[in-house]
Design a binder for this molecule. Structure first.
Ligand SMILES: [Zn+2]
Length: 333
């Protein structure tokens, strides 16, 4: 694919929560055209930005099995961007060693360990001891991905292949595991990454009744309202913009990110989840055996370009702002 008109499927992306619409057949780097809905903001192709900035992905899952067959090439492509840092989030105790291994291998991998709300029902008996011991081994490691998700209980399709084999923990159990991890992060002032889907009332309640890390906290792929964003920002929140929000049907979320305070903005892929609309994908990977699209972590460059357009900022200026926020929040140079 070369720069030009957006592909027609970019106008029809499914509006599913953390969905993985469409598929991506190739693994080559190609310049991405700007979707029609952004043409009036900034029409410069993403590829022109290459090597003008170093990228920082505030949230991905490089350890995910979906990326395993492509890991060597994916990491080489990330290093060519260049990637300056990527916070790699564990999701349950049995993937934390893979996160730690990536952090040993790549200096730009910044590890974070936590039990994701989708995996709360599958956590091991000794998960908390294991988490404490990993945090003890690495004073810079974050806590995450943790949080609350009512969507998997109320709205997810029963046959969603991403949820196969999971015991979907009730919200109260999710809350208990989330709160324990949040309190641990607060006690050690760790960078904590929070996932929230359809559970804003409970999140507000937990945050109001728990100690919070002095450095603040990250609401990743923030999907809440502007009013709630103001509330959370007053309590120290950072908000990461995800490329999934570049979809045509995500205008409401783009509107929220137009007004997030600049000193609280971060950028993320959540790769291999949350694929960008087809027209924005600068890097592609083959779909899974079930036909689920796999988001390439190097699409972080397109997410930066999308957010720069949204905020009406030159890419370099946005990158400087994100650098400062990333270093302040995560504590990495
Ligand atoms: Zn995630």
């Amino acid at each position: 694919m070369t720069a030009g008109e957006p592909r027609s499927d970019s106008r029809n992306s499914a509006d599913q929560r953390s969905a993985r619409p469409g598929n991506s057949p190739h693994a080559t780097a190609v310049p991405a055209p700007q979707p029609a809905s952004f043409a009036s903001v900034d029409a410069s192709p993403v590829a022109q930005n290459r090597r003008r900035v170093a990228y920082r992905d505030a949230h991905n899952h490089l350890q995910d099995v979906w990326l395993a067959p492509h890991l060597e090439r994916v990491c080489a492509q990330l290093e060519a961007l260049p990637i300056r840092a990527a916070v790699v989030n564990g999701t349950v105790d049995n993937d934390w060693s893979a996160v730690a291994e990536l952090a040993r291998r790549f200096s730009w991998v910044k590890p974070s360990y936590g039990v994701h709300p989708w995996l709360v029902g599958n956590r091991g008996t000794h998960w908390l001891e294991a988490l404490k011991s990993l945090l003890k081994e690495d004073a810079a490691a974050g806590v995450g991905e943790i949080g609350l998700d009512r969507w998997i209980l109320d709205s997810a399709r029963p046959d969603d292949p991403r949820l196969a084999g999971l015991r979907r923990a009730p919200l109260e159990e999710q809350r208990e595991v989330f709160t324990i991890q949040l309190q641990l992060a607060a006690a050690e002032n760790r960078a904590v990454t929070i996932h929230c889907l359809d559970a804003w009332g409970m999140l507000t309640d937990v945050l109001a009744n728990s100690p919070l890390p002095a450095r603040g906290f990250l609401l990743h792929a923030y999907g809440g309202s502007s009013e709630l964003a103001d509330h959370f920002a007053r309590h120290g929140a950072y908000f990461s913009f995800n490329g999934y929000f570049l979809g045509d049907r995500k205008e409401r979320q783009r509107e929220v990110f137009r007004t997030i305070p600049l000193d609280r903005l971060l950028v993320e892929t959540d790769a291999p989840s949350m694929p960008l609309p087809q027209a924005w994908r600068t890097y592609k990977l083959p779909p899974t055996a079930h036909g689920q699209p796999v988001n390439h972590p190097a699409n972080i460059e397109a997410v930066y370009a999308g957010l720069a357009s949204l905020r009406g900022l030159p890419l370099e200026e946005l990158a400087q702002i994100v650098d400062a926020n990333f270093r302040r929040f995560f504590g990495y140079a």
